[in-house]
Design a protein around this ligand. Structure first.
Ligand code: MG
Ligand code: MG
Length: 265
């Protein structure tokens, strides 16, 4: 059974500060993710902004379970058919108008971790209408999931809220790669429980006040079948269809939920 950490007021205060820093970094990176900008320069900027804020990029030199080398960059940048864990600084890409770009970043601040991701269309929504529709559905799924979170909610309830939102989209029916999903976070970047992007209400782990989780809907355009590139990190769609990913870290509060990585605060 998953053991889910409960965080106290003091720890949550640090997570709030870290989450605010991470949100501000993602806002900056989003503004800089323009045509002709290289993913390597965005990675450098992510690193510099962490250091400026007395924080550390949590993914840099981190070796997740099952990986055979450490991640070499400060931010995962996944472009177009790259689903997650794109490496921005090894074979850097120069962004083009219409590229669908996910910026996914973990931050360590005062020994506590937060994690957040955004996806954008380079140049603006009009340059990739299907990419923007995917971003809109994923974002709606994220907020529909956040809306139901309160003490007593189960990870299956969260998964169902995400899956239902994707199924109810009036446009194209996007897919959910079920091996990827959210997670507990706080003292570590990845903790129990697994927070699926699919599921059934009433199933899974019960969450309570003080639990901290990252919720992260990830959608693919046509098929959820993926391959991993031989860099050992980057997942890509097998059919080269697009992928998007949005994520917030949040804490379950006495009467609901607080988004720690909210960019609107
Ligand atoms: Mg993330
Ligand atoms: Mg995450």
């Amino acid at each position: 059974m998953a053991r889910v950490n409960v965080y106290n007021e003091k720890e949550i205060q640090i997570l709030k500060e870290g989450g605010r820093i991470l949100a501000s970094i993602l806002i900056r990176l989003e503004k800089e993710a323009l045509e002709n900008v290289s993913t390597k320069s965005l990675d450098k900027m992510a690193y510099d902004l962490c250091i400026e804020n007395d924080a550390e990029p949590a993914f840099l030199n981190y070796t997740p379970h099952g990986a055979d080398r450490a991640f070499p960059a400060s931010v995962c940048i996944s472009v177009n058919h790259e689903v997650v864990h794109g490496i921005p600084n090894e074979k850097p890409k120069v962004l083009k108008k219409g590229d669908v770009v996910t910026l996914d970043m973990g931050l360590k601040y005062k020994d506590m971790f937060t994690d957040s991701a955004i996806t954008l269309v380079v140049g603006g929504a009009e340059y990739n209408k299907i990419g923007q529709e995917m971003i809109d559905v994923a974002t709606r799924a994220l907020y529909n999931a956040i809306d139901i979170i309160e003490p007593g909610v189960r990870t299956g309830d969260i998964g169902q809220a995400i899956e239902d939102t994707v199924k109810k989209n009036n446009g194209k029916r996007f897919k959910i790669p079920t091996i990827l999903g959210g997670h507990g976070i706080g003292h570590g970047i990845h903790e129990d429980p697994f927070v699926p992007n699919f599921g059934k209400k009433g199933e899974g782990v019960v969450l309570k006040e003080g639990n901290v989780i990252a919720v992260e809907p990830i959608l693919t355009e046509n098929t959820s079948a993926m391959n991993m590139l031989n860099d050992g990190y980057t997942f890509v769609t097998q059919d080269k269809g697009l992928a998007v990913h949005v994520e917030h870290t949040l804490v379950v509060t006495k009467d609901g939920v607080l988004i720690l990585t909210d960019r609107l605060q």
